[in-house]
Design a protein around this ligand. Structure first.
Ligand SMILES: [Zn+2]
Length: 430
């Protein structure tokens, strides 16, 4: 394995540490996929987000306990993603704790409906691949793109407590333990985002509406359409606070008003540029494949370290925008009745002059580092089950080659776990 050097270097965002960001405000970075913040009040503590596992939450609480022995009285969830809500029982320490969230909390979790069929099994398999669960650290799983590759997994999702107070208004002011905070609805990575403005410290807790990576406008684990324009508009809203410190849901917090302003505006401009280019191409009747290959960020944005594609990816986002606005049909009537993969496989093998010849072409493609083409050709053989074992072996090595070229951690993990799954399915076969 020879992972992308920039992806490896990004790991410095996840060095395990508790940082005092402002007087009586601390952030726990690198203990888990997401960050946890603590504000020390007169009698008790306010915790913002509770991370992904009870084990990580215990490790963080142990560090916080070196600073203060005051009890946690209030927990605020910035949004309902599991990596932010699963350590609440640990921070509550058995006490009755107020838990605050937006009134549309969980609106992003589309597949939890048990009254109707839902693709939960597919979602779980794909989630494992995106986060590289089952890959070794650090060779295979370098990171998860916005969090470290090595972190405790015990108690994953186990410590969730339901919100006790839901915020209905666009902006609500609360006072707890002598601390006054504004809770502001800001739909972005999820529609249920609640960001927190701590005026006295000029601090903004932005959840996942900013982290140092190109934004995850579409997650390959499988997500419903995320409203691109709403996210860009919320970044404008965040800019209005003129924050001196941006306490991010993942990656290192951002310190300094100018730096915060630059990052939030660049993030907004990146989303807007992607939407504008995609819409322009759609209006020229281009389909998602061609758009994914033609849309790119202007170099002055693409080269910003906090817009590199460690977690989100421009090409996936372009496809998601297309699917989310015009749906699956690309507009080309050829594609109204596309062949099945088996039908296409049979015809492509015939075109190549047989399965052995097609395998040879695929192997030649791999030998000349045309890994994507090698993958597409091997899929034809696998679909038809001809030369399938050789085609699968070729696919496994092409997936691994693609993984090493990938700056995107989700993509790298997905390639590598898929390769591992296929390798395991071949065990015992010649
Ligand atoms: Zn998150």
């Amino acid at each position: 394995m020879n992972p992308h050097v920039e992806l490896v270097a990004q790991n410095k965002q996840f060095e395990r540490q508790v940082i005092e960001l402002a007087p009586d405000v601390f952030g726990a970075i690198g203990f888990a996929a997401s960050n946890v913040y603590m504000i020390i009040g007169d009698e008790g503590l306010i915790i913002i987000d509770t991370t992904e596992t009870t084990k990580a939450a215990e490790n963080i609480l142990a560090e916080f306990r070196k600073i203060t022995s005051k009890p946690v009285t209030t927990i605020i969830y910035t949004h309902s993603h599991r990596d932010h809500i699963s350590g609440a029982t640990v921070f509550a320490e058995g006490n009755q704790v107020e838990i605050i969230a937006s009134d549309n909390f969980e609106s992003d979790l589309v597949a939890i409906d048990d009254r109707h069929p839902s693709p939960n099994k597919a979602l779980m398999a794909r989630t494992k691949r995106q986060f590289g669960m089952g890959l070794s650290f650090p060779d295979e799983r370098v990171s998860v793109g916005v969090g470290p590759g090595d972190r405790p997994m015990q108690g994953m999702g186990a410590g969730y407590i339901e919100p006790t107070v839901l915020m209905h208004d666009a902006q609500t002011s609360i006072s707890r333990d002598g601390i006054t905070l504004s809770l502001v609805k800001a739909p972005g990575e999820t529609p249920d985002h609640l960001v927190i403005w701590y005026d006295e410290r000029q601090m903004l807790f932005c959840g996942d509406n900013f982290y140092s990576s190109f934004p995850m406008l579409y997650a390959i684990r499988g997500t419903a359409y995320r409203d691109f324009n709403a996210w860009a508009d919320s970044l404008d809203l965040l800019l209005e606070f003129n924050a001196s410190i941006l306490a991010t849901g993942h990656t290192m917090p951002v310190v300094g008003a100018e730096e915060v302003k630059a990052r939030l505006s660049d993030y907004r401009d990146a989303i807007k540029s992607l939407v504008a280019q995609t819409v322009d191409g759609m209006n020229q009747q281009l389909g998602p494949d061609d758009l994914a290959h033609s849309v790119s960020l202007p170099p002055e944005l693409a080269n910003k370290p906090y817009l590199k594609e460690f977690y989100g990816k421009v090409a996936w986002s372009v496809r998601a925008y297309f699917a989310g606005t015009l749906g699956w049909f690309d507009g080309n009537p050829t594609n109204l009745a596309r062949l099945s993969s088996k039908q296409r496989g049979e015809r492509t093998i015939q075109l190549a002059g047989g399965a052995e010849q097609l395998l040879k072409i695929a192997e030649d493609a791999a030998a000349s580092d045309d890994h994507q083409w090698a993958l597409e050709l091997s899929d034809h053989l696998i679909a038809v089950n001809e030369q399938a074992v050789a085609a699968k072996r070729l696919k496994i090595s092409a997936l691994r080659a693609m993984a090493d070229l990938e700056i995107n951690a989700a993509g790298r993990n997905y390639y590598l776990l898929s390769a591992k799954e296929m390798e395991e399915s071949l065990e015992g076969q010649v």
